[in-house]
Design a protein around this ligand. Structure first.
Ligand code: HEC
Ligand code: HEC
Ligand code: HEC
Ligand code: HEC
Ligand code: HEC
Length: 362
């Protein structure tokens, strides 16, 4: 722990600031505070107010996979560098794209988000462009910054492109799993304004989830550095610590959808399917048909190969909801609609063991 913090502090240019600058900043920020406080900057420097930064957690989780997936390669590829380089954001915002980046050693640099290390001002992010091509401006610069990375990498459009012209229920070897990517919270919150999840033709979907004013941005609910939920705030208005009902409903719906996916695949694809969190491509052939993916079934050559267009649509959405563990809170209605439509889609084949009668679309 100790050497980790040292490494990070020195890597980003050093946290302890020049004392005169500290007192200057404090003078501006705390104009109303008593003068004796300000005359002792040493004390303030020992106990900084505001930001809570824990080395080893969230964006500073320096040993985590998102920072080391490319260690055996020459560098981090250009298409991955925006979200995985130590310092890729500014270049992306300036040029709209990245060049390959050096390997990461200490997770994100402070300057990946902060444009200035004295004022801690953040980079200006005028808008966020999703993989669908749709763009939004939340009106909150910090939230736009978060969504620059927390937005996924595929969309309704990319799934439609993959299945274009193919009959719904015929397995096609050309079809491979389309993976939305990880932690796409911004896409969930914006719903149909982002179209990163798969939206079925002819249906209408919820747009941005508008929570109460003052609690409607990423940083109102999360710490910006470690990502922790600011759970103490939820309890001010919600009984218990936070509303759990929609999370429970979503979890139940996910189990139903998974069962329907397996049922349909056996019936139409002619091969059993299962999900494993272990490794890409995540959806594997369940060769022994025991309903789960065993360690020996997690092999690159055992990725599921009998996708029909219908199966791909529902598997895409199942994975989207799985990749945003906060989906029930970020946009419960949108998540419910995706779940409902993905189930209904499989049910329409008549081969998924699903009965939609008596259920209502959220
Ligand atoms: C738009 C932003 C974005 C882009 C571009 C992006 N990623 Fe990611 N990626 C993320 C986020 C956010 C996570 C954090 C997920 C987590 O820890 O669960 C992540 C996590 C990962 C992980 C770790 C998964 C795990 O199991 O923990 C791998 C591997 C990965 N990305 C590979 C890639 C590759 C390869 C590329 C380029 C082809 C890429 N990413 C491009 C945002 C992005
Ligand atoms: C993932 C982006 C990100 C990274 C990386 C990051 N910060 Fe921040 N930081 C923010 C955001 C966003 C805020 C504003 C949060 C708010 O106002 O609720 C902030 C606020 C702060 C503040 C409080 C500033 C104020 O005006 O109150 C300090 C101090 C700070 N960060 C220091 C750091 C340091 C030091 C590092 C590197 C170890 C770092 N940050 C890395 C996003 C980041
Ligand atoms: C430069 C890309 C980038 C930006 C900008 C960014 N994140 Fe992240 N975020 C990531 C990656 C990568 C991870 C995964 C880190 C890991 O595996 O520990 C992550 C993890 C998280 C987590 C999960 C933390 C955990 O340990 O479970 C939360 C919550 C989160 N970010 C929220 C935010 C918020 C809020 C902002 C805006 C203040 C933000 N992120 C900005 C890339 C980014
Ligand atoms: C209304 C409050 C709220 C808002 C606004 C919000 N979140 Fe969340 N978020 C949550 C809750 C609650 C969870 C679930 C946390 C848990 O189960 O510990 C969550 C989960 C997450 C996770 C997964 C964390 C993990 O440990 O896997 C990420 C990443 C995340 N949020 C990012 C964001 C980003 C980025 C934004 C803005 C685009 C955002 N959130 C806006 C409440 C919120
Ligand atoms: C200032 C009061 C206030 C605070 C603080 C607050 N909420 Fe809410 N929240 C509301 C109100 C009002 C509603 C709308 C009424 C309802 O649906 O219960 C709501 C609704 C929600 C919903 C949608 C309802 C559902 O069941 O799907 C979620 C999810 C939610 N809040 C999460 C959170 C989380 C997580 C936090 C803490 C990070 C939080 N809220 C903090 C007032 C607040």
């Amino acid at each position: 722990m100790t050497d980790r913090s040292n490494a990070l502090v020195s890597a980003n240019g050093g946290l302890p600031m020049n004392r005169n600058i500290v007192s200057l900043l404090l003078t501006t920020m705390l104009a109303a505070a008593c003068a004796s406080e300000l005359s002792r900057p040493e004390k303030k420097a020992e106990k900084p107010a505001g930001a809570r930064i824990e080395i080893g957690a969230g964006h500073f989780n320096r040993d985590a996979k998102p920072f080391h997936y490319w260690d055996k390669q020459k560098e981090i590829p250009a298409v991955c560098a925006r979200c995985h380089a130590a310092n890729g954001v500014a270049q992306y915002l300036r040029d709209g794209a990245n060049t390959p980046a050096p390997h990461v050693r200490n997770a994100f640099a402070c300057t990946n988000c902060h444009a200035d290390m004295l004022s801690y001002e953040r980079h200006r992010v005028a808008k966020v462009i999703f993989a669908s091509g749709l763009a939004v401006d939340s009106g909150d610069n910090n939230m736009n910054l978060c969504m620059t990375c927390h937005q996924g990498r595929e969309s309704t459009a990319s799934v439609d492109k993959a299945i274009s012209g193919m009959p719904a229920d015929v397995p096609n070897l050309k079809l491979a799993f389309v993976h939305v990517h990880y932690l796409p919270a911004g896409a969930t919150i914006y719903g149909t304004e982002a179209k990163v999840a798969y939206e079925f033709a002819g249906k209408s979907y919820a747009g941005r989830f508008n929570h109460v004013p003052g609690m409607n941005t990423c940083t109102a609910c999360h710490e910006p550095h470690g990502g922790e939920l600011r759970a103490e705030k939820c309890a001010q208005c919600h009984q218990g610590s936070r509303p759990e009902k929609s999370a429970r409903e979503l979890a139940n719906g996910m189990r139903e959808l998974y069962a329907a996916i397996q049922h349909y695949a056996r019936a139409m694809g002619g091969a059993a399917i299962g999900f494993s969190p272990e490794a890409f491509p995540y959806w594997y052939a369940d060769a022994n048909g025991n309903g789960r993916i065993d360690p020996e079934e997690v092999r690159p050559d055992n990725g599921y190969k009998a996708f029909t267009p219908r199966l791909l649509q529902s598997v895409y959405n199942y994975t989207f909801l799985l990749r945003d563990p906060g989906a029930a809170y970020h946009n419960g209605r949108y998540a419910g609609q995706l779940l409902y439509d993905s189930l209904e889609n499989l049910a329409a084949s008549g081969k998924a063991g699903v009965e939609m009668r008596g259920t209502a679309r959220p």
